[in-house]
Design a protein around this ligand. Structure first.
Ligand code: NAD
Length: 425
C-alpha cells in the first residue's frame, strides 16, 4: 500500500521505515527541513539501534522517501498516518493537539476519497471524532478515521515495531480497520480491533499503568531504606509472581522521557473533564516528583557539606539507557536542582556529546569525575558497569558514589574503598 507518514520523529521515522521494510511504499513528511535534508542525505536525526540500516536499505530500494511538502507526500496515499508530537499544553497538562489538527486541515486539501486517516500519535479520547468533524468541515467525505496507537520503546524502537506485543486498531468502519490491519500482515502479534475511544484509552492506560509500577517500586524503595530491607530482593521476590512480573520494578530517580510525564498528566485531565477524580494517578505523579528531590537530597548529604561550589560528577543524561533522548529526563531535573544549590556539574553520557546549558559535558566517564566530591549515576547505561573503578577513585576528590539506578556492585566498590549509596538498599 502507499502510505504517508506525517511527522518524522521517533515514532514516524521508525514506523515509516518499518512499513517500507514490509514492502509498502512510504513517504515520510516533516516540516523540519533540516531533518528531511539530513534523511535525504542518509543522516539519521536520532540515535536508535538498527534504524539507520533499515532506513538506508529501504531508501535505496526506492520504497522510503522523505519530503517537507505535505501535499506531495499525501497526494497518492491510501493510508495517511499522523505521528506528530502531542506535548503537554502549557499550564494545564491537557494534551496539546495543535500539531495534529494543523496536519488534518492541511491534508484535507489533498486527500483522495477512500483514504484512511490513522492517528499514531497519543491523543485523548474523542480526538478521532474531532478529526472526522474537521474533515467534514473542510468538505472531505468518503474518508475513514482510525486510531492505531504506538507502543514502541525508545532504545529498541525498531525491534518493538517489528515484534510488537499487540497491535491495537480503533475504528467504527470494519473495512477501514481491515485495511489498517493489512499493513501489518506477516507480523505475529495479537490484533485487537475495537472502537476508537477504547483504542485511544488503551494507550494512556498502558503508560499510566507502567508509570504506576515505577512509582510503586520507588515508594517501596523509600520504605526499604527506612526499615533496612533491600528493594532489589523485594522486587525479585515480587516479580516471580506472574501476576506482578519483573518489568518496571526497578527503582531510580523517577520516570521521565517524552511520554510518561505528559501522558499521565493528560489522563488526569481527561478524567477530570469526564467528572472522575483520578486520585490514584495523581499520587503516582506526586511520588515521582518527590523521587527526584530525594535523589538530589541524597547527593547533597553524600557530598558532606553545602553544595555551593561543590563539583558533582554525573554519569548519564538521557531519560533512560540506549537512547539519545533528553526530553523530560530525570537526570536533567536532578542536575537542575543540584545547580540551584550551587553545585558545578560535570557529566558524561555515551550518546550526548554536545555541551548543554550549564553542564560541562566531558568526553569520557573519568574526565567527568575529575576533582568531584560525589559521582552520581543517573542513567542505567550498561557501559558504566565496566569502567576502571581504580581510575574513577583516583579522579574523584572523594571516593563517594550515589548510584540512583542500582546499577553497580556495592560490595566490589566498597572493597575498592568507595562509600556507596544506592536506592532502597
Ligand atoms: P517527535 O517530536 O520526535 O516527532 C514529531 C515530528 O512531527 C517532529 O519532527 C515535527 O517536526 C513533526 N511535525 C509536527 N507537525 C507537523 C506537520 N504539521 N507536518 C509535518 N510534520 C510535523 O515526537 P515522537 O516522539 O515521535 O512522538 C510522536 C507521537 O507519538 C506523540 O503523540 C507521542 O506521545 C507518541 N508516542 C511516542 C513514543 C516515543 O517513544 N517517542 C512512543 C509511542 C507513542
Amino acid at each position: 500500500m502507499r502510505i504517508a507518514m506525517i511527522g518524522t520523529g521517533y515514532v514516524g521515522l521508525v514506523s515509516g521505515a518499518c512499513f517500507a521494510d514490509f514492502g509498502h511504499q512510504v513517504c515520510c513528511i516533516d516540516k523540519d527541513s533540516a531533518k528531511i535534508d539530513g534523511l535525504q542525505a542518509g543522516k539519521m536525526p536520532i540515535w536508535e539501534p538498527g534504524l539507520e540500516a533499515i532506513v538506508k536499505v529501504n531508501a535505496e530500494r526506492g520504497r522510503l522517501t522523505f519530503t517537507t511538502s505535505l501535499p506531495e507526500g499525501v497526494k497518492d496515499a491510501e493510508a495517511v498516518f499522523i505521528a506528530v508530537g502531542t506535548p503537554a499544553r502549557r499550564g494545564d497538562g491537557h494534551a496539546d493537539l495543535t500539531f495534529v489538527f494543523e496536519a488534518v486541515r492541511e491534508l484535507a486539501r489533498v486527500i483522495r476519497p477512500g483514504t484512511v486517516v490513522v492517528t499514531k500519535s497519543t491523543v485523548p479520547v474523542g480526538t478521532g471524532d474531532e478529526i472526522e468533524r474537521i474533515l467534514r468541515e473542510e468538505g472531505v467525505s468518503d474518508v475513514s478515521v482510525a486510531s492505531n496507537p504506538e507502543f514502541l520503546r525508545e532504545g529498541q524502537a525498531v525491534r518493538d515495531f517489528l515484534e510488537p506485543e499487540r497491535i491495537v486498531i480503533g475504528c467504527d468502519d470494519p473495512g477501514a480497520a481491515v485495511r489498517v490491519s493489512d499493513l501489518y500482515r506477516g507480523l505475529r502479534a495479537p490484533l485487537l480491533v475495537t472502537d476508537p475511544a477504547s483504542a485511544e484509552m488503551i494507550k494512556y492506560a498502558s503508560n499510566a499503568f507502567l508509570a504506576t509500577k515505577v512509582s510503586f517500586i520507588n515508594a517501596i524503595a523509600n520504605l526499604c531504606e527506612a526499615v533496612d530491607a533491600d528493594v532489589r530482593e523485594v522486587a525479585l521476590g515480587m516479580g516471580y509472581d506472574k501476576r506482578i512480573g519483573f518489568e518496571f520494578l526497578k527503582p531510580g530517580p523517577g520516570w521521565g522521557g517524552s511520554c510518561f510525564p505528559k501522558d499521565t498528566r493528560a489522563l488526569v485531565r481527561i478524567a477530570e473533564d469526564a467528572g472522575y477524580d483520578f486520585g490514584l494517578l495523581k499520587g503516582v505523579i506526586q511520588v515521582n516528583d518527590e523521587q527526584v528531590e530525594r535523589v538530589t537530597t541524597k547527593v547533597e548529604r553524600m557530598a558532606g557539606g553545602p553544595l555551593d561550589g561543590a563539583v558533582i560528577a554525573v554519569w548519564g543524561l538521557t531519560f533512560k539507557a540506549r537512547t539519545d533522548d533528553l526530553r523530560s529526563s530525570p537526570s536533567l531535573e536532578v542536575i537542575r536542582r543540584l545547580r540551584d544549590r550551587g553545585a558545578v556539574v560535570q557529566a558524561f553520557d555515551p550518546t550526548v556529546r554536545r555541551q548543554l546549558d550549564g553542564i560541562e559535558v566531558r568526553d569520557d566517564p573519568y574526565a567527568a569525575c575529575d576533582g568531584a566530591a560525589v559521582l552520581v549515576v543517573l542513567t542505567e547505561w550498561d557501559e558504566f558497569r565496566w569502567v576502571d573503578f581504580g581510575k574513577v577513585r583516583d579522579a574523584l576528590a572523594r571516593p563517594v558514589i550515589v548510584d540512583a539506578r542500582n546499577l553497580l556492585d556495592p560490595a566490589a566498590l566498597r572493597r575498592q574503598g568507595f562509600t556507596y549509596e544506592g536506592v532502597g538498599r
